[in-house]
Ligand binder design. Structure first.
Ligand SMILES: Cc1cc2nc3c(=O)[nH]c(=O)nc-3n(C[C@H](O)[C@H](O)[C@H](O)COP(=O)(O)OP(=O)(O)OC[C@H]3O[C@@H](n4cnc5c(N)ncnc54)[C@H](O)[C@@H]3O)c2cc1C
Length: 388
């Protein structure tokens, strides 16, 4: 029997684990982190490395450790100094520095000792504990469970793209781990107008200069962060928490998110690639793709036609609650509350049921627009810890 079991070992689950261990709320022997990947942060590493993201979008105080300046302190240590790199303003850490800091925290807390590779398929309440059933049939028991399953396993495919794939077009989603851009591709069309599409457009226009096109429904939007920093504290959260309608909270979250935006420096890099002729940018929408074995013919809403060897979707993730398929039986057995959007209705300490908590995407109706981010992970586990 474990004291704490975390389902999902991404940014959210690992932040929770580091806090629990560093604040002596659990010993390593009494903690389990269940994740289908071999190593912590696998999805994070995949999504950020595939687009060659050099710096995080968030500032240096957003990391996995409880102490605010842990990352900055690490950057000055002998272990961190070789990777020390920040981008002004807001001291956004370099990805390598951020990842090395994570590894340092995992070593410090011996987090790997609680790592259990597996996929949870069912969760059942016993009298005083939770039974966690894995795909391979293993059963584990824990007094407390934290759901920390993110969205990165669910890339979003627009309908036209599903049809194109069925018709054997050369097409993939940027965050798909099974299929990537074919090595023989000499031209590429990137679909999307957000920060991931922008990073991908910079990367591919360097690899295939003059043969990379980015197609976005909107012009490039500039926002330093993906939501107003006021959402990080009481300035905007106080009002959010007084709203009792979860439909209204969902609408507030939708309006607060600067979807499809990027910081100014990324827009400037895109501008440079366009100016040099390495990248073309089209504000338009894909209507249809006609494919043969070697070329995709993309018809846009404007009537223009584009040819590309490969289509790369940078269209984000599904918006439905992650894990909901296997959580459904728990929701029904335990009569757990969900809002009309399908997301959990949690207590202010993120409790969904006795000893069952959710952080990250599943906590956004309580944590607000930053729930999915690193700052949301910190706030989420802090709320849980305050209540125990
Ligand atoms: C390219 C990119 C850049 C980003 N940059 C920033 C940034 O600079 N700053 C910031 O604050 N945020 C950033 N974000 C947003 C956010 O912080 C990340 O998406 C973060 O990785 C989300 O973490 P997570 O733990 O919720 O999800 P995930 O990374 O999806 O991790 C969840 C884990 O749960 C596992 N899992 C799923 N189902 C099960 C199951 N049934 N049983 C066991 N395990 C399961 C998954 O395999 C996965 O390993 C970025 C996101 C992306 C995509």
């Amino acid at each position: 029997m474990f004291d704490w079991l975390i389902i999902g070992g991404g940014i959210q689950g690992c932040t929770a684990a580091v806090y629990l261990l560093k604040q002596n709320k659990v010993s390593i022997e009494n903690l389990a982190i269940i994740d289908p990947n071999e190593q912590p942060l696998s999805m994070w590493r995949h999504c950020t490395s595939i687009i060659e993201m050099p710096y995080l979008r968030s500032p240096s105080i957003h990391h996995l450790a409880p102490a605010h300046f842990d990352l900055e302190k690490f950057a000055k240590s002998s272990k961190g100094r070789p990777y020390a790199s920040f981008y002004k303003p807001y001291d956004r850490p370099g990805l390598q520095l951020f990842n090395t800091h994570c590894e340092h925290l995992f070593e410090e807390t011996r987090l790997n000792k609680s790592w259990l590779q597996g996929r949870v398929v069912q969760l059942k309440k016993d009298k005083t504990s939770w039974k966690v059933i894995l795909k391979d049939g293993q059963e584990l028991e824990s007094k407390n469970v934290i759901l920390a399953i993110g969205l990165s396993e669910h890339p979003f495919w627009p309908e036209w793209a599903v049809t194109a794939k069925e018709n054997e077009a050369s097409i993939s989603h940027i965050f798909d781990r099974t299929q990537q851009v074919t090595e023989t591709a000499k031209s590429i069309a990137i679909i999307g107008g957000g920060i991931s599409a922008a990073h991908a457009a910079i990367k591919w226009s360097q690899h295939l200069p003059g043969n990379t096109v980015q197609i976005s429904r909107h012009s490039l939007r500039v926002h330093q962060f993906d939501s107003d920093p006021g959402w990080l504290g009481p300035k905007l959260m106080r009002n959010f928490q007084t709203v009792s309608s979860y439909d209204k909270r969902r609408e507030m979250i939708r309006k607060a998110r600067h979807r499809g935006s990027m910081p100014l420096d990324i827009k400037a890099k895109i501008g440079k690639q366009i100016k040099s002729g390495a990248l073309s940018f089209l504000q338009d929408e894909v209507m249809e793709v006609q494919a043969n074995s070697s070329l995709n013919k993309i018809t846009l809403q404007s009537g223009q036609q584009i040819k590309a060897d490969h289509i790369l979707l940078a269209t984000g993730f599904h918006q439905s609650p992650p894990g909901i398929e296997w959580l459904n039986s728990t929701i029904q057995d335990r009569k757990l509350q969900c809002a009309a959007c399908g997301y959990p209705i949690l207590s202010t300490s993120l409790q969904w049921d006795e000893g069952l908590y959710a952080i990250g995407a599943l906590s956004e109706l309580e944590i607000g627009p930053v729930a999915r981010n690193i700052s949301g992970a910190r706030r989420g586990i802090e709320k849980i810890l305050e209540s125990i």
